[in-house]
Design a protein. Sequence first.
Length: 249
Amino acid sequence: MPRHDDRAIDQLRPVRIQRGFVKTAAASVMIEAGSTMVLCTASLERTLPPWRKPRKEGDVPLGWVTAEYNMLPGSTTPRKQRDRSKVDGRTTEIQRLIGRCLRAVVDFAALGEHTITIDCDVLQADGGTRTASITGGFIALADVVHQLGLPRPVLVDTVAAISVGVVNGEAVLDLDYREDSTAEVDMNVVMTGSGRFIEVQGTAEGAPFSEETLQQMLTVGKSGIRQLTALQHEALGDAWPGAARMSPS
């Protein structure tokens, strides 16, 4: 059965990436995947959280990368309430996911006494907000690291993420909300540019799925990561991390 928007099973929604979207952050990226829009900004502090500082003289300072995620009230219908006094469980889970995925490719000793915060704010949500946040968040991270001009490479690889699902019995790539809301299986795949997995989150929404289906989803997911890695490379230009230019096989 064809997809409702006539895409091939392994075809991404149209992806648009704009660096330098705002001038007030050290680095910023607007990433759009279909109708999903996420603004990713990077803030830099030339210090470390107290718990991260060297404990004794001679210890090498290890930098830190963290992330926050939020959906603006107008990003969904009906309106999403602002997180004023307490961050909800979904938001906490997603921002932890973004942070640990980005940290997976950071050499903290090379980063030294710097803290980088990646803020991912969803302007419009139509499925795949967490995966777009990771993919765009990495571009913002690479951009601010490039600006630091440190003597050693800080990023040992690249990171991108994509959603995969089973819709009408078939493994398909990059679900929008319409597909995600009816999917039989929903999965998020996070990988490095060199083809290694950082995180795989998959859930059967009804009946359990087979190992064969899992392999089909991973194959489709890897195809999406290859495409996104190429788009990251193109967007970053001279700021592309030279340590990782391979695509997953």
